[in-house]
Design a binder for this molecule. Structure first.
Ligand code: HGY
Ligand code: MN
Ligand code: MN
Length: 406
């Protein structure tokens, strides 16, 4: 098979994996779901066909190993996540698992061996869609799993511990997934999820760093009432208060040069003719500079509190996720840049506004990331698309990286 054939195979497999979704009309694969189990089993088969030994760890991550015949050789782990956002795309995370499997298949088929062990991992949860906390799979591996996650519940009130039991796992054994000191480095290949590489007309780019992110659940409580009888001046309208808060978030983030997003808004027991007594919204705030992000968050918190006070509302803000910004290891950046040059492409460096599993893995080893162009930079949406030619170029860069690694 040529690299073009392998690229086509990766592209088709992304399509095949997309069938495992809880929603027949769009992509939605969540942690510890039956779709997650089916995806793991399919990826396991592809890993085995590529000549890898496979296992699933105690956090539901799918692993494949392609050991070298050299004794005491270091281990390079390559991977990304197999879960998706609701109404997501087919390539976010998935590409970073299926592409290295094809690379190992190619190396095996051509009889090329490497002086180090290669392992590939498909993490079970990076998006945090089901339980709110994110990077669950990679944090289990990195040893930063939080004990209190056992009690997190999903939209159906199922707690993480119960979901793990249903999946065939025991939450009390998650610590057996920890790989604290036997990984030499972690490489993540991921679609850019932004428009920069396309604007530069480049198939790939070297990631310099990953923005730190914090996520919150904000609850605004007021006084529910009859839409027809309560005078405007006497209302404690939780939804109107939340609306003013959301606009304040946008204004302060723009002024503070960070990004902040309210992606979810829920008017509890909402009805057309009822003044909202309780409204919940999510908040996601990020920056390449953690201190700047935290300063802007503090000003947002103060402003929202002032809005609540003026409107005689109560406001409760609970942090659901926090990940520090991460720099990609300079020698991994250098090795990726060399591999890109070997393939006749101009190396280009860019930072990642999106979060990735590499943020968690940076706790235990040096990390590197290779971005691949995606069409119009669209992601977290069914229109997420890639070009097979870009997959072929990325495969070539990965193979050059592997043959130059060490
Ligand atoms: O939210 C993110 O940045 C990632 O897609 N989970
Ligand atoms: Mn994502
Ligand atoms: Mn991702």
């Amino acid at each position: 098979m040529s690299l073009a054939d392998y690229a086509q195979l990766v592209y088709q497999r992304c399509d095949e994996l997309a069938q495992y979704s809880q929603d027949p009309d769009c992509m939605d694969r969540r942690y510890l779901s039956k779709e997650h189990k089916s995806a793991n089993q399919q990826v396991m088969l592809w890993m085995q066909q590529a000549g890898m030994r496979t296992w699933q760890d105690e956090a539901g991550n799918q692993w494949g190993a392609w050991p070298t015949n050299k004794l005491d050789a270091p281990t390079l782990v390559i991977g990304s996540h197999l879960d998706t956002v609701p109404n997501g795309g087919k390539y976010d995370g998935i590409l970073g698992v299926l592409l290295p499997i094809a690379a190992v298949q190619h190396l095996n088929a051509t009889g090329i061996s490497l002086p180090f062990n290669v392992q590939i991992v498909g993490f079970g949860d990076e998006e945090g869609t089901r339980f709110g906390a994110t990077l669950l799979g990679s944090r289990a591996v990195a040893g930063t799993w939080q004990q209190n996650w056992a009690t997190l519940v999903d939209a159906n009130g199922i707690c993480m511990a119960h979901a793990m039991r249903d999946f065939g796992l025991d939450i009390n054994r998650v610590q057996h997934s920890v790989r604290a000191n036997d990984i030499h480095a972690f490489l993540e290949i991921h679609i850019e999820q932004g428009p920069v590489l396309e604007a530069k007309n480049l198939a790939v780019g070297v990631v310099t760093g990953i923005a730190g992110a914090r996520r919150f659940k904000c609850t605004v409580a007021g006084q529910a009432g009859h839409a027809g009888t309560v005078p405007m001046s006497m209302r404690q309208d939780a939804l109107a208060g939340a609306a003013e808060m959301i606009l304040a978030v946008e204004k302060l983030a723009t002024a503070g040069k960070v990004v902040a997003t309210v992606g979810k808004l829920h008017c509890v027991t909402g009805a057309t003719n009822v003044i909202s007594g309780r409204t919940e919204f999510s908040l996601d705030i990020r920056s390449e500079n953690d201190d700047l992000r935290d300063q802007v968050f503090t000003s947002i918190e103060e402003t929202l509190d002032a809005i609540a006070k003026r409107r005689q509302l109560s406001l409760n803000i609970i942090q659901t996720h926090s990940a520090a910004g991460v720099n990609c290891a300079s020698d991994m950046q250098e090795k990726l840049s060399q591999a890109i040059k070997t393939c006749g492409i101009k190396p280009f460096y860019l930072s990642s506004g999106a979060g990735h599993d590499a943020m968690a893995m940076a706790n235990i080893c040096p990390v590197g990331m290779l971005f691949m162009r995606c069409v119009k930079g669209i992601s977290h949406h069914p229109a997420e698309a890639i070009a097979v030619d870009d997959v072929e170029q990325t495969l070539a860069v990965l193979l050059a990286f592997l043959q130059g690694y060490q």
